[in-house]
Design a protein around this ligand. Structure first.
Ligand code: RRO
Length: 301
């Protein structure tokens, strides 16, 4: 159909899915989710873990900061509970996976086995984990080791969620491609912090966190454009997307699909609404199919 896009062998009915961590099955009670191109789960760890101290989220002008720290009940509980409730929502499920070592990532994939999912997204870019985060993609050898092991073990397409590296993006995207990734997701939240001058304390219980929302959109667009030029695999755009026009901008810059995160907190129905607007947008932009927009950016003369 006119909205379909492809991530390797993975065909999506449309290019819109939630960003990992910003969407739980409870959203299905507020808005229809079976129209989404896919659903992406909160990152799953092998073991159960509590996550970071509160306060975990704070609003800032133009967006929000989070330091959630991946609370997880562990892979087997997730798998045996209908994918934590994500199965049966009527959309393909992309399982975000994390770990503090290569073995931990691989254990998640092994324990997921053949359970009903459409793809995995390897989170190599959480800014909020112990030991200064799990931003593995700043060490390309370490990322290659993890990703190639996941690709070898997984029967499904493998997306790799990258950090917002303003200088290292091309190299990181290329390394993910060379490790066998089906697509790269660009990008995770931006390392940031918020300070309360009255208390002289950080707003977040972890001290620092990840910035997301409208303020990061121009940065994310630039990173998507850079990644799309560097690789031959699809790029999934993520960062400040909250409207159908935003989706068009990311596709034109080179994204094949997009993820919506922060906007879903204030507007639970934002994704179905955007999807509903995409046919008219496609027509207004003179394209027959939305995929015809991908990577069509010209430089203004
Ligand atoms: O859980 C988090 O604190 C978190 C993760 Br895993 C991530 O990848 N990105 C983010 O902004 N927060």
């Amino acid at each position: 159909s006119e909205l379909a896009v492809e991530l390797g062998d993975l065909e999506l009915a449309n290019p819109v899915m939630p960003a990992s961590g910003c969407f739980g099955p409870e959203l299905a009670e507020l808005t229809p989710v079976d129209t989404l191109g896919a659903v992406v789960t909160k990152t799953v760890f092998a073991q159960s873990r509590p996550g970071n101290r509160t306060h975990r989220i704070t609003e800032v002008p133009g967006g929000m900061l989070n330091s959630v720290g991946i609370p997880s009940r562990g892979t087997t509980v997730f798998r045996d509970s209908g994918l934590g409730g994500y199965a049966g929502l009527g959309a393909p499920v992309v399982i975000s996976i994390g770990g503090l070592s290569a073995q931990e990532y691989w254990q998640v994939v092994d324990e997921l086995g053949a359970c009903e999912h459409a793809a995995v997204e390897v989170n190599v870019s959480c800014p909020n984990l112990e030991h200064g985060g799990a931003t593995l993609d700043t060490d390309l050898d370490a990322m290659t080791h993890v990703v190639s092991g996941v690709v070898a073990r997984s029967t499904k397409p493998v997306l790799v969620k990258l950090s917002p590296q303003l200088h290292g993006m091309a190299a990181a995207a290329r390394a993910a491609q060379d490790a066998g990734a089906t697509a790269v997701t660009v990008c995770n939240s931006f390392p940031a912090m918020a300070v309360n001058a009255n208390s002289r304390a950080s707003e977040l219980g972890n001290g620092t966190g990840g910035l997301s929302g409208p303020s990061v959109k121009p940065l994310a667009l630039r990173l998507v454009w850079t990644a799309a030029q560097a690789v031959d695999i699809p790029v999934v755009g993520c960062g400040g997307i909250g409207s159908a026009d935003d989706v068009a901008e990311f596709l034109i810059a080179g994204a094949t699909a997009v993820q919506v995160g922060t906007a879903t907190f204030a507007q639970p129905d934002v994704m179905p609404r955007i999807i509903g607007e995409l046919p008219a947008l496609t027509e207004r932009l003179g394209a027959e199919r939305i995929a015809d927009l991908i990577g069509t950016l010209t430089i203004r003369s």
